[in-house]
Write a new protein. Structure first.
Lengths: 164, 444
């Protein structure tokens, strides 16, 4: 099953090629590899994560090496080179959030979800993350990139309840 | 507490209008008139006006914007680029995202003015990857501007092509550093470049490039509406205009506020229109004034004005305007551990002092916080910090970029509270026990 999900279908490849062609309009013609970040984001939108065949395809389309694509894919934390849980939950625990209860919030969520931050599971991938620019509206978290701030127990409960 | 110098709002003045983030709403309040006016002037005159206004970069360094612009070589045949730094991620800082959310066209109009002045026909806005909503609002605004004939083959009808693109990052604090941002825009991992050459000479794709912060460029329409002299006079000393600051931590009313250059840190924390003070019975222990890399100040140093140069005598910095308040029940060891741990996580790994020093300091701090630390550990901590960046003054770092300095400066600054570190060592525990985060530290 896993192999099946990891494979690029003809439809996936077509979508990727069309999307990258559009992205390349933004860059000088001799600088195709500049589109690497948006191209990888596009691949992740199509497949849910950066499947190896897709990363290779991106490299070919941007006229660079698979190594260069892999280097970028592993440098940025929003890219997943392994399949993440259905819900990636990023909790900010930096100083401004910590001063507004973020450590307690993380513990509360770990207990509630039955996981430990940093562990990738089938359903949840709970992570501590870098500052999310919610310092005046702390504490905060993102669920699959959707931003939530001014969080309380009641709000966290309501958000998690919707994640089936 | 009331303000000694009332603040006439500029950047946030139209935020209460919910339609300000649409082209229609923006235009109904005079939007794009300053761009039209600027296009009738010589580029050199615009650069001079920006110089005269004392506008300084709002991203952290406070560098004079007009002076930066004048570094672009005049005889270089290569294309010139403007890059907008919207990779806001310094802990404590949350201001640019609100400009994108509430008033994106002020940024776009500022981009039009700046690109005309610089002779740049392409502008990339690099927004951090986590900004899903702010980026969506900005994308919509860019599309509106193209549809309305503001951008494209002609700039507001003038025979000057300008294309503006938003590029989203993918989660890396280091990409807020301007040369790492350029690497990332070129499709690479965010490894900062050695300077010189500076981006104004060799920047994006090897071409002359100006990198400016969102707030800096968003300020341009108001600056030109009111005039550069007015803007300079509004400020204080060599810092023109107002600033956006983010107030966080142990205050009754945290948030993002527009302050004057003469507004003091104390006013920001206690004034009715800003932080409204601390809960009854609580006092300020320390305040980080400009994002978590700015050396912490004590309660005795809060009379300092928010102007860029005022922090120098205190050996700290105005930075990116992230003001983090810690009250008297907050553990300074735990606080510093959080700060340094962030820099350890975000070190790009290029320079040894930062790649190895930040995690080393993080481990020592955790050890002290958990009551396992020794006096030698405290000495090692300071020694490692000094190896990365001696202090004072700020700016002596031994790494390619300032991320190395950031963790080291935080450590140096927190040594103002050295007694508390020693207390952890002597008592073999955290004196604050299970509640190290002060007035608002419990999750409820």
């Amino acid at each position: 099953m896993e192999m099946h999900h990891a494979a690029m279908t003809a439809d996936d490849t077509a979508r990727l090629e069309q999307g990258i062609a559009k992205l390349l309009e933004r860059y000088p013609k001799d600088r195709k590899s500049a589109a690497m970040l948006p191209a990888l984001r596009l691949l992740q939108e199509i497949k849910g994560w950066l499947v190896p065949d897709g990363v290779k395809r991106v490299a070919t389309l941007l006229e660079t090496t698979p190594e260069r694509a892999h280097e970028v894919a592993t440098f940025y934390i929003m890219y997943f080179t392994e399949k993440p849980g259905r819900y990636v939950i990023d909790v900010c625990t930096n100083l401004p959030c910590a001063l507004r209860g973020a450590e307690g919030m993380l513990k509360y969520m770990e207990a509630k979800l039955g996981t430990v931050a940093g562990t990738n599971g089938d359903k949840f991938y709970l992570r501590e993350t870098e500052c999310l620019a919610s310092c005046g509206t702390a504490p905060c978290m993102q669920v699959n990139e959707d931003h939530h701030e001014n969080l309380t127990k009641a709000k966290v409960d309501a958000i998690l309840e919707k994640l089936s | 507490m009331s303000l000694q110098h009332p603040v006439e709002k500029i950047v946030t003045r139209y935020w209460p209008h919910k339609d300000q983030n649409t082209l229609k709403g923006y235009k109904s309040r005079g939007g794009y008139q300053q761009l039209a006016k600027a296009l009738g002037q010589e580029p050199a005159a615009i650069i001079d006006a920006v110089k005269k206004s004392n506008l300084r970069g709002r991203g952290g360094a406070g560098f004079p914007t007009g002076l930066k612009w004048s570094f672009l070589p005049k005889d270089n045949p290569k294309p010139k680029y403007l890059c907008i730094n919207a990779d806001e991620s310094e802990p404590g800082t949350a201001k640019d995202r609100f400009i994108l959310e509430n008033d994106p066209h002020s940024l776009l109009e500022g981009i039009g003015i700046a690109c005309w002045a610089l002779g740049a026909h392409t502008c990339y806005i690099y927004a951090r990857g986590e900004f899903k909503h702010p980026s969506a609002v900005l994308d919509k605004a860019i599309a509106e501007a193209y549809a309305d004939g503001i951008f494209g083959k002609k700039l507001l009808g003038k025979d000057f092509e300008l294309n503006v693109y938003q590029v989203r990052g993918a989660g890396a604090y280091i990409c807020g550093e301007e040369t790492a941002l350029l690497e990332s825009l070129e499709g690479k991992k965010g490894w900062p470049r050695l300077k010189p050459p500076f981006p104004a000479v060799v920047g994006l794709f090897g071409c002359p490039t100006i990198v400016n912060n969102v707030e800096t460029i968003s300020t341009l329409p108001a600056l030109f509406e009111k005039g550069p002299e007015w803007f300079a006079n509004l400020g204080s000393g060599k810092s023109g205009g107002n600033r956006l600051v983010t107030l966080s931590g142990a205050v009754n009313r945290p948030g993002t506020f527009e302050v004057g250059m003469k507004t003091t840190l104390k006013e920001l924390i206690y004034a009715e229109e800003y932080g409204q003070g601390l809960p009854p019975g609580r006092a300020v222990k320390g305040v980080i004034p400009g994002g978590s890399s700015a050396p912490v100040l004590t309660a005795d140093e809060l009379g300092v004005a928010m102007e860029f140069d005022a922090f120098k005598p205190l050996n700290s910095m105005a930075g990116s305007g992230g003001v983090i308040v810690m009250d008297d029940m907050c553990c300074m060891v735990r606080s510093l551990w959080r700060v340094v741990r962030f820099y350890a996580e975000e070190s790009c790994g290029q320079c040894t002092p930062c790649r190895d020093g930040q995690p080393w300091m993080t481990r020592i701090l955790r050890k002290i916080e958990e009551g396992r630390g020794t006096r030698e550990d405290l000495e090692t901590l300071q020694h490692v910090a000094t190896s990365m960046a001696p202090y004072p003054p700020i700016g002596l770092g031994n790494t390619i970029c300032a991320l190395g300095d950031s963790g080291a400066l935080a450590v140096h600054g927190f040594m103002k509270f050295k007694r508390e570190f020693e207390q952890h060592i002597e008592e073999k525990r955290c004196p604050f026990g299970e509640r190290p985060w002060g007035a608002f530290g419990d999750f409820q």
